[in-house]
Design a protein. Sequence first.
Length: 93
Amino acid sequence: MLARALMSFMPRLSPEDKERLFQLYCAAHTQVGVTPKEARALQLELTRRLHEIWDAIDPKPMPLTFNDFRRRLIEDFLERLRKQDPGQQRPRF
């Protein structure tokens, strides 16, 4: 219940922004044929974009941190992948 209340403070993203971030996440974690070096570069790009979004938020939602924001988006992406393919396994970080 507390987690749900905290998520109400979560910044909202436009559907276009969220889709671009999801595609970047998929390219970094689930696409076949991506080399480890390319995957790492994509992961860094995703983190950089998330930081840009977080830094643009003013004022910051007080009880939340960047890691909460990032974790919530990743959980949303994983849930979307599970809905698309129920056999999808969570990638190890």
